[in-house]
Design a protein around this ligand. Structure first.
Ligand SMILES: Cc1ncc(COP(=O)(O)O)c(C=O)c1O
Length: 351
């Protein structure tokens, strides 16, 4: 049976060009990265810094590790940080900011990742009051996973930066999928990242590398982040073996390929929306399609039955099923998925 895996863009496998890059390595291209001696990692970090528009970059094991080293590098235990209430850092990173960073977390609500500044301002602690922990960092997620790959446009990023400056906060961007945002709006990725102090982006999602993420910011920030990466067990020695894939992933032609995923997401959304079921199919801005069930039913059974039919998806809440398009998903996979989704939703939603 044909399997169409739409659970996440993390399931992607490397492209032929990436395998080729790996095969081109020899002993001279790898070394001990903890000592800064892996030429391939050094090349990747240099390239990543240039592409994302920052002074320096660091190769980390995962997005989760990248977010954590960014927080640890820019805060002290006991500080309070502002996280969006549905953000990956808050919901899905095992509370590491609190457990490892000793940070107090205050969440803000938003409209698809965009907060109200009146509300945000009220969350800032009084610096003069010795009873209160200092608020020292603001974080945003772009594109926003739980808001269906929603884009925070550059002008809003600039407002966020102004808010952060005004309140003496560091501004961290969880940009796991920031290249999706740039490609969807057809603007340079630096239009987003120029507003932040630190950014994490994933090589292992739409860019389809098997492992790894990048953290970027000022040289001083990266010196600090390198120390925290080591603390978290992220010193990877001959890591050029995995960094090589990233060199290909950061080529403009590969970043531009994300357009295909966005096109497929639109096709999928239109196809599912054509059914007359009690569902709300969110308009995908990038590569994530959210289907909200408007009738009480078992989402677990729907996701499980879809899986048995070969269409893998993920229930991100009790009402919403998430489908993510990525490298390896073709237009005919989308057609097949629309047909299977119609079949299963019909079974549960038209009774
Ligand atoms: C928005 C966002 N941030 C961070 C991460 C963490 O990345 P990783 O799975 O590499 O730890 C994810 C992973 O899905 C994500 O969606």
């Amino acid at each position: 049976m044909k399997i169409v895996d739409l659970r996440s863009d993390t399931v992607t496998k490397p492209s032929p060009e990436m395998w080729e890059e790996l095969r081109s390595l020899d002993d001279s291209k790898i070394g001990d990265d903890v000592e800064g001696e892996d030429p391939t990692v050094n090349e990747l970090e240099k390239k990543a810094a240039r592409v994302i528009g920052k002074e320096a970059a660091l190769f980390v094991t995962s997005g989760t590790q990248g977010n954590l080293v960014s927080l640890l590098s820019q805060t002290k235990p006991g500080d309070e940080i502002l996280l969006e209430e549905l953000s990956h850092i808050y919901k899905n990173e095992v509370g590491s900011a609190a457990r490892i960073g000793g940070l107090m977390i205050r969440t803000y609500s938003s409209n698809k990742g965009v907060p109200s500044y009146d509300q945000l301002q009220k969350l800032i602690r009084d610096k003069e009051d010795i009873h209160e922990p200092p608020t020292t960092l603001f974080s945003a997620e772009n594109t926003h996973n739980y808001h269906g790959g929603a884009i925070i446009p550059p002008e809003i990023m600039r407002d966020m930066k102004d808010f952060s400056n005004k309140n003496d906060l560091k501004f961290h961007l969880d940009g796991a999928r920031i290249f999706n945002a740039a490609i969807a709006l057809r603007i340079p990725v630096t239009e987003f990242t120029k507003h932040v102090d630190s950014v994490m982006f994933c090589l292992s999602k739409g860019l389809s590398c098997p492992v790894g993420s990048i953290v970027a910011g000022s040289k001083e920030f990266i010196t600090n982040a390198r120390r925290y990466r080591k603390m978290l067990g992220g010193g990877m020695r001959q890591a050029g073996i995995i960094a090589a894939f990233g060199l290909v992933a950061l080529e403009p032609v590969w970043i531009k390929r994300l357009e295909e995923d966005h096109k497929n997401a639109k096709l999928l959304a239109e196809g599912i929306r054509s059914y007359d079921f009690p569902i709300n199919v969110h308009n995908p801005q990038t590569n994530i399609v959210l289907v909200e069930l408007m009738k009480k039913t078992s989402i677990f059974k729907i996701v499980s039955e879809l899986g048995k039919e070969g269409v893998l998806s993920f229930n991100i809440s009790k009402e919403k099923i998430r489908f993510v398009t990525h490298y390896g998903i073709q237009e005919d996979d989308i057609e097949l998925s629309i047909q299977k989704i119609g079949q299963i939703l019909g079974k549960y939603l038209t009774k």
